[in-house]
Design a protein around this ligand. Structure first.
Ligand SMILES: [Zn+2]
Ligand SMILES: [Zn+2]
Length: 227
């Protein structure tokens, strides 16, 4: 089986992460993974990119964690793919199927509503997964279900502190017939690693999108670190 992490942060891109892109690549390779997606918090989330000179520079800095992970991945034999985690008033959407050049060519993104952003991503071949939809935490004011924006639901999130949050996400996906996936939401060396397992390797972001869209990827679901 081939293991692929779908939700991971780097200290270059995310203010809350302590693992650099290079360290993440090494750590996942050591854990037997074949591929990872780097999904740093976007500019409407807990971004580490606070100083920049215009949109192009902002995007360059945003992509640093991904690029550092990718450089190490090429050396050690780990595929590293681009993704991002877009935030909308406490709800989070993992975005796949876009890249740095796409971001650079869309300098209007931060002025778009969530609805407009999701429409643009989908129109250009991207895919949206709502991350940990039922997480409850002090920094979240409410549970916000983006039923009309998300293509799929993260029914296991390694950063959730209670199993119920994942159980409820599974219930939600089943109720609405939405495709499911899993992610580690890995920020630190001690965080759980998750993602999907497949019989065939995921060689492109599109392979991952197809795996989720076609239903039932095998999910990697280690025990949560209870809080
Ligand atoms: Zn974070
Ligand atoms: Zn995350």
């Amino acid at each position: 089986m081939y293991l692929c992490e779908t939700h991971l942060h780097t200290s270059e891109g995310s203010a809350c992460a302590s693992m650099s892109g290079a360290q993440q690549a090494e750590s996942y390779k050591a854990a037997g993974y074949d591929a990872i997606f780097v999904t740093d918090h976007f500019f409407n989330g807990n971004t580490a990119v606070t100083e920049f000179d215009g949109w192009q520079d902002r995007v360059e800095k945003y992509c640093r964690g991904y690029e550092n992970a990718r450089a190490v991945g090429e050396r050690i034999g780990l595929k590293v793919f681009f993704g991002l985690e877009y935030s909308y008033r406490g709800a989070d959407l993992l975005v796949y199927g876009i890249d740095k050049e796409w971001l650079k060519s869309h300098d209007e993104i931060m002025s778009l509503s969530c609805e407009q952003f999701c429409g643009l991503v989908r129109a250009e071949g991207g895919y949206l997964v709502q991350a940990h939809p039922f997480r409850q935490a002090s920094y979240l004011r409410e549970i916000r279900l983006l039923i009309n924006y998300a293509d799929a639901v993260e029914v296991y999130n390694g950063g959730n502190r209670r199993q119920e949050y994942n159980d409820r996400a599974m219930w939600y996906a089943q109720q609405f017939g939405m495709p499911i996936t899993a992610g580690g939401d890995n920020h630190h060396s001690s965080d759980v690693k998750s993602g999907v397992m497949s019989e065939y390797p995921i060689n492109t972001p599109q392979d991952y999108i197809e795996l989720v869209r076609n239903g039932s990827p095998k999910l990697i679901t280690p025990p949560l670190h209870a809080g």
